[in-house]
Design a protein. Structure first.
Length: 79
């Protein structure tokens, strides 16, 4: 997760420790635009994610209200 200036909002980009690079788009990485997001890996191809999914998905303070299971290669909107 990358945070601009210590903000609660972060950009999530999947990083390969072996090559020390961010995964290219062809590998279907788990990347999320800047938002108040939480991510936890369930396994190599599945994450649990809380983020801004649209109306009603955030608390009044702007934090995720729901958690979704997101599979590699799946659009975040389809999680």
């Amino acid at each position: 997760c990358l945070s601009q200036g210590g903000s609660d909002a972060v950009e999530v980009r999947e990083f390969d420790l072996a090559t020390e690079t961010f995964l290219p788009t062809a590998n279907h990485p788990f990347n999320v635009r800047v938002a108040k997001t939480s991510v936890a890996f369930k396994d190599a191809d599945t994450v649990l994610i809380g983020s801004d999914f649209g109306p009603g998905s955030l608390t009044t303070s702007g934090y995720p209200r729901q958690i979704k299971e997101w599979f590699r290669g799946q659009a975040l909107a389809d999680a």
